[in-house]
Design a protein around this ligand. Structure first.
Ligand code: GLN
Length: 538
C-alpha cells in the first residue's frame, strides 16, 4: 500500500510548497521509491482552465488532457513523473461531483453535508489510482486558517486515522521571518500556524521553515518545543539562488532521510545529485547569455508563462548559456518602436494566448523576425499569428484572420467542432467554455527533410495541446508555394500542427505547447535548437 505525505502551508502563501513537494519527490525517487504527487486546490473553479493567467498563473496541461494548477508542472519537471488528470482536484470539482450525485438521488434520501459527503469524496480522490505507488505526496493549496481549505484538512485528518498514522506523514511549511531592524529571527508566526493546524486536529510530523537566513539551533529548539515536533524534524529551507538547487538543499537538510526514518524505511540505492549540481553550476557561473524576447499579453505576471520560461532556461542549460528573458507586452508594442525594442534580441518567441487584444503588436513583431532573419518560435496562438502575418503580407490576402477575433474576415484560422484522436472522433465545442478545447497529447507526423524532423530526430511526435481554433488545411498549397511549409500534420492529414519557413535560418510555429514536456534533466529539443539558433544569430 502507498504511504501518504500531506504538505500544508502556513503564515503566508507562495513559500514554495510545490517546489518542496517536487524536490522531496525527486529525492525519494532517487532513493529507489515510486512516487506520485498530487495537488488539492481549495478554489471553487472546477479546474483552472477558465481562469485568466493573471489570476492564478499558467494553466498546466497533462498528457491525458487535464487543465491543472501550475504546480503540476514543477512536479513533472523535478520528479520526471508524468502527471495525470487524477493528480489535481479542486473544491469546485468535488462539489460538482457530489451535487451531480445528489441530483441523481444517489444519496438515498440523506442530508448531503460537508462532513461526511464532501470529505469522503476528497478521500476517494486522494486514494484513487495510486495503489502501485510507494509514496503519494499531496500538497494542499492555500494556507492553514483559510476557510476554503478546511474540508481538505478535515479530510486528511480522517484519512490518516483510517489508514493509520504509520502510513501518513504531515509536513507543514511555514515562514520564519528575519527582522532587520532588531536583527532577529522570529518563530512566533510558525508557532501560531501550527496551533491553528492542531486546532483542527492535525499535528505536523515535520516542519519546514522557510527563511532568508539560516535558523540558529536555539530557534529550532523553540519551534520543536512549542510545536511538539522532534528537533530533527524541524528542517530549514534557506532561499536558494536558483530553483534547481532546491533538491540539493533539501538533501543537505536531510528531509528525505527524516521522511524515510518516519516510515521506518531505508534508502534502496545511493542518491544521485550530480545532474542538479551540474545544472546549478551552469546557471550560476555561466557568463555567456542570449536575450530572448517573449511578446505576449500576460508578461506582467511572472508565473503566467511558467513552463515556457523554464523550457527556455532548459534550452540554455543544454547550450551552456544563460537565457535572459525580455518580456514585452504585446498590447503596448507600437509599430514604430519594434526596431528599437528588439535591438539586442537574439530570438523572438510569441507564446499561447486568447482574444484580440495585443494581436497587432504580435503580428508586427513576427514580420520583423521573418524579414530580418531573427530566430522565431511561435507557440499555439504564436503560430496562428505567424500564419496570419504571412497570409496578409506574402500571399496578399489582406483580410486573412482568425474567427476567434474577427468573424467577417477570411478565416484562415477557424473554429472546428470535432477532430480525431487515436482513430476516434472527439466532439469538442459545446456551449461551455471549460474543458472543451483540444486538450492533451496528440500525435503529429513530421515531413521528410524538414527542419522540424531534424530537430526531433523522429517521424512521429506526441505533444500537448490546448486550443479551440485550427489552421485551415485548404490553404496549405498556397502557403507552401510562397515558402511557408506545413511540416507537421495530424496523422489523418487534416490539421496543420507545425509550420516552418524556407529561406530563414530558424522560423518555426507549433500548434501545440512543447514547453509542458521540457525538463531540466531532459531539455526539450525544440527549445535547445531555438536557443542554439539564437546564440548563432547574436
Ligand atoms: N486562442 C487560440 C485557440 O484557442 C490559441 C490558444 C493557445 O495559444 N493556447 O486556438
Amino acid at each position: 500500500m502507498a504511504r501518504y505525505i500531506f504538505v500544508t502551508g502556513g503564515v503566508v502563501s507562495s513559500l514554495g510548497k510545490g517546489l518542496s513537494s517536487a524536490s522531496l519527490a525527486y529525492l525519494l525517487q532517487s532513493r529507489g521509491y515510486k512516487v506520485r504527487i498530487r495537488k488539492l486546490d481549495p478554489y471553487l473553479n472546477v479546474d483552472p482552465g477558465t481562469m485568466s493567467p493573471f489570476q492564478h498563473g499558467e494553466v498546466f496541461v497533462t498528457d491525458d488532457g487535464a487543465e491543472t494548477d501550475l504546480d503540476l508542472g514543477h512536479y513533472e519537471r523535478f520528479s520526471g513523473v508524468t502527471a495525470k488528470k487524477s493528480d489535481n482536484i479542486t473544491t469546485g470539482k468535488i462539489y460538482n461531483d457530489v451535487l451531480r450525485k445528489e441530483r441523481k438521488g444517489n444519496y438515498l434520501g440523506k442530508t448531503v453535508q460537508v462532513i461526511p459527503h464532501i470529505t469522503d469524496r476528497i478521500k476517494e480522490f486522494i486514494k484513487k489510482d495510486s495503489s502501485s505507488e510507494d509514496f503519494v505526496i499531496c500538497e494542499i493549496g492555500g494556507i492553514v486558517g483559510d476557510i476554503e481549505s478546511l474540508p481538505f484538512i478535515e479530510a486528511i485528518r480522517q484519512f490518516s486515522n483510517e489508514i493509520g498514522k504509520k502510513n501518513t506523514l504531515f509536513i507543514h511549511l511555514t515562514l520564519v521571518p528575519y527582522l532587520k531592524s532588531s536583527d532577529e529571527i522570529k518563530t512566533k508566526p510558525t508557532q501560531h500556524s501550527v496551533k491553528e493546524l492542531r486546532s483542527i486536529g492535525v499535528q505536523p510530523d515535520i516542519i519546514i521553515c522557510r527563511s532568508e537566513r539560516s535558523i540558529p539551533l536555539e530557534h529550532r529548539k523553540k519551534i520543536s518545543l512549542f510545536c511538539n515536533v522532534d528537533i530533527k524534524n524541524v528542517i530549514e529551507t534557506v532561499d536558494v539562488k536558483t530553483i534547481y538547487e532546491a533538491p540539493i538543499s533539501f538533501f543537505n537538510e536531510k528531509l528525505d532521510l527524516q521522511v524515510l526514518n518516519y516510515f521506518k524505511l531505508k534508502s534502496k540505492r545511493p542518491i544521485n545529485l550530480n545532474p542538479w549540481k551540474k545544472i546549478t553550476k551552469t546557471i550560476l557561473q555561466t557568463k555567456r547569455y542570449v536575450n530572448i524576447a517573449i511578446i505576449g499579453k500576460y508578461v506582467e505576471l511572472k508565473d503566467a508563462y511558467k513552463s515556457l520560461d523554464e523550457a527556455l532556461t532548459h534550452g540554455g542549460i543544454q547550450n551552456n548559456l544563460k537565457v535572459n528573458l525580455v518580456r514585452i507586452d504585446s498590447e503596448k508594442l507600437k509599430i514604430n518602436e519594434i526596431k528599437s525594442k528588439l535591438k539586442n534580441i537574439s530570438g523572438i518567441l510569441i507564446p499561447g494566448g486568447f482574444g484580440k487584444r495585443g494581436t497587432q503588436g504580435k503580428i508586427e513583431a513576427i514580420k520583423y523576425a521573418r524579414k530580418n532573419k531573427i530566430p522565431f518560435l511561435g507557440i499555439c496562438y504564436g503560430m496562428q499569428m505567424a500564419i496570419i502575418e504571412f497570409a496578409r503580407n506574402e500571399l496578399k490576402l489582406k483580410k486573412a484572420t482568425s474567427s476567434e477575433f474577427d468573424k467577417k474576415g477570411l478565416s484562415i484560422i477557424g473554429l472546428i467542432d470535432e477532430w480525431t484522436k487515436d482513430g476516434k472522433i472527439i466532439k469538442g465545442t459545446d456551449k461551455n467554455l471549460g474543458g472543451t478545447m483540444r486538450l492533451g497529447s496528440y500525435e503529429a507526423k513530421l515531413k521528410e527533410n524538414s527542419m522540424i524532423r531534424k530537430i526531433y530526430g523522429k517521424k512521429v511526435i506526441k505533444e500537448r495541446h490546448r486550443h479551440r481554433y485550427e489552421v485551415n488545411i485548404n490553404f496549405k498549397d498556397k502557403f507552401e508555394k510562397k515558402g511557408m511549409i506545413f511540416s507537421g500534420l495530424s496523422p489523418d492529414g487534416t490539421l496543420p500542427e507545425i509550420i516552418e519557413l524556407e529561406n530563414h535560418p530558424w522560423f518555426i510555429g507549433v500548434q501545440f505547447h512543447p514547453e509542458f514536456k521540457s525538463r531540466p534533466l531532459a531539455p526539450h529539443p525544440l527549445f535547445s535548437s531555438f536557443i542554439k539558433a539564437s546564440k548563432n544569430h547574436k
